[in-house]
Each structure stands twice: as structure tokens, then as C-alpha cells.
Design a protein around this ligand. Structure first.
Ligand code: MHF
Ligand code: KIV
Ligand code: MG
Length: 292
């Protein structure tokens, strides 16, 4: 296992399109800070998404709605310091692109200009196509996101799978085509039936990245904390845990706390003694000194 910087070329939006043409899977992972970005880049993920899911897995909110531009830029900057090869995508937070197209373009620009992102992601279908067209015209690559779009949790009435009926599936396929036409370089498909994801993937020239959308997408993405078992308030059924770090953290921290309580920590190895002559001089001064 190597922790040296990965010896590979910087991934670009063109790499995404080439991978789809060659039938090679696109790997994406979320990351929210410097160490998680270092880890994702060292593991050679094609892309890192600084997801607004950070509101839930890092900041402790119930959903992603409270996340602000300030929050996103702060975390994106930390991620950019840790990753040099993965394509970096900044997730536009709730109300940073919905109120007006001008605001959408300006906020998208901040991710590239202030936070070193390579692209932005925003949620929505046909209703978002015009804003996306204008952001792309400004020179900013856009990743679309349809299906279970968590910023619409209050409209959906919970984090519920989308596109389960023939009618809603039709709507999602039309959304996907509209987003491609608007200039998206890739599209996240979240929590939709696998056959619908396959049908969309087959009809699009741009790659699809699935999360809870089955095996027939052009790529896959999961949340960092779900992959590592770092978040246990809930784990979506579509996630797979490759480690249970929370349990290891609990064991390690409990042991540390117990060793503080029992005075087993620290030992001389964790401490520094003065040189004998310095200690002697200090002791003599201490004996004679009047400390008040
Ligand atoms: N830790 C985490 N992982 C995620 O994948 C994730 C987040 N947080 N926060 C932002 C969004 C919200 N997401 C979620 C949240 C909950 C479910 C969930 O509870 N799904 C149910 C099925 C619900 C239904 O279709 O009726 C499940 O059993 O997986 C799914 C996606 C995906 N994103
Ligand atoms: C789950 C992914 C696609 C996302 O939008 C996020 O992490 O915020
Ligand atoms: Mg998101």
C-alpha cells in the first residue's frame, strides 16, 4: 500500500467523456477536508465530489438545506489542498442557484475562482437547464444531478427513491436529455430503479454516475463516511461499508480515556526531562526563591 502521490495525469472533463467511449468505469468519492482528499487522491479516484452531504455527515444537520456557500467554499478549499489529480467538483448548496440565473452564474464562478474546484454540480432537471446553459457559457463545467435530489427533501416528503412509475421515469429521461443539451459534461443519477438508470445511460453521450442507481451507470459515487463506516445515524441501503472505522475509533478513544484515568498514559517515552545540570540549577533556585 502506497501513500506516495499517485503517478498519473490530472483528470479532466475530457477524461470523463473518453472513459465512457472506451467503456471504462468512472470512480467518484465524496471528500470534505484535507485528509479525506489526500486519501481519495492516493486511492486514485477519478473524481472527488465535495458534496453538500457534508451538512449531514460533518456538520450534524438533519438534511442538506442549512448548508451555505460559505460552508461549501471552506470545505472545497481544504479538499483542493489535498488532491492534485482527481477532477474536483463542488456541490452548489440550496438557494445558491435557484433564485436567479445571474446569482447561479456568480456562485458557480466562486467555486472555481476562490476554492480551486474544476467543476460544479447542481440539482434539478428541465427547470434548471437555462441556468446550467448560462453557467457553461461562462466557462464553468457543470455536473447535473437528478432522481433523489436531497435539496428537494421537503417536496418529496423524505429521502425517497424516485422514478418508480412509468410516468415519473419518462420525466426523468426527458430531464436527463435536457441537461445534456444544456451542456452538462456528466450527470449524477441518485436513487432510481436500475432499469431506468440503464435506459438513461444508454441514450446519453455524456457519462452517468450512479448512487443507488444500479450497475449499469458509467460510474459510481458514494459518500466517504458510508464507505468507511464513519457515520452511523443511518446508512443508505445502496451504500457498501468497506470498513467500520467508527468502531475502531470508539475502541481507541475508550482505551486512551481509560489510560488517562489509570495514569497509564503518558510514560517517559511520551515525556521530556530537563538536562540534569539544568534541573539542578532550577531546583536550587526553587529552594531559595520566595514565590508570592
Ligand atoms: N451518509 C449519507 N449518505 C448519502 O448517500 C447521503 C447523505 N448522507 N446525505 C445527503 C444525501 C441524502 N441521501 C440519502 C438519505 C437517505 C436515504 C434513505 O434513507 N434511503 C432508504 C430508502 C428510502 C425509500 O426509497 O423509501 C434506504 O433504505 O436506503 C437515501 C439517500 C443520499 N445522500
Ligand atoms: C450523494 C452525492 C451525489 C451528493 O450530492 C452529495 O454528497 O452531496
Ligand atoms: Mg449533494
Amino acid at each position: 500500500m502506497s501513500t506516495l502521490p499517485a503517478d498519473r495525469k490530472k483528470v479532466t472533463t475530457t477524461t470523463f467523456l473518453q472513459k465512457k467511449k472506451k467503456g471504462q468505469p468512472i470512480s467518484m468519492l465524496t471528500a470534505y477536508d484535507y485528509p479525506s482528499a489526500l486519501a481519495a487522491d492516493a486511492a486514485r479516484f477519478d473524481s472527488i465530489l465535495v458534496g453538500d452531504s457534508l451538512g449531514m455527515v460533518v456538520l450534524g444537520y438533519e438534511n442538506t438545506l442549512p448548508v451555505t456557500m460559505q460552508d461549501m467554499l471552506h470545505h472545497c478549499k481544504a479538499v483542493a489542498r489535498g488532491a492534485s489529480k482527481a477532477l474536483l467538483i463542488g456541490d452548489m448548496p440550496f438557494m445558491s442557484y435557484q433564485a436567479s440565473i445571474d446569482e447561479a452564474v456568480r456562485n458557480a464562478g466562486r467555486f472555481l475562482q476562490e476554492a480551486s474546484m474544476d467543476a460544479v454540480k447542481l440539482e434539478g432537471g428541465q427547470e434548471r437547464a437555462e441556468a446550467i446553459r448560462r453557467i457553461v457559457q461562462a466557462g464553468i463545467p457543470v455536473c447535473g444531478h437528478i432522481g433523489l435530489t436531497p435539496q428537494s427533501v421537503q417536496v418529496f416528503g423524505g429521502f425517497k427513491m424516485q422514478g418508480k412509475t412509468a410516468l415519473t421515469a419518462q420525466k426523468l429521461l426527458q430531464d436527463a436529455l435536457a441537461l445534456q443539451e444544456a451542456g452538462c459534461f456528466t450527470l449524477v443519477l441518485e436513487s432510481i430503479p436500475e432499469q431506468l438508470a440503464a435506459a438513461i445511460t444508454q441514450r446519453l453521450e455524456i457519462p452517468t454516475i450512479g448512487i443507488g442507481a444500479g450497475a449499469n451507470c458509467d460510474g459510481q459515487v458514494l459518500v466517504y463516511h458510508d464507505v468507511l463506516g464513519l457515520f452511523d445515524r443511518f446508512v443508505p441501503r445502496f451504500a457498501r461499508q468497506y470498513a467500520n472505522l467508527n468502531q475502531q475509533i470508539h475502541t481507541a478513544l475508550t482505551q486512551f480515556r481509560e489510560e488517562i484515568d489509570s495514569r497509564a498514559f503518558p510514560t517517559p517515552e511520551n515525556s521530556t526531562a530537563m538536562q540534569p545540570e539544568e534541573w539542578q540549577a532550577f531546583s536550587e533556585w526553587l529552594t531559595n526563591a520566595r514565590l508570592d
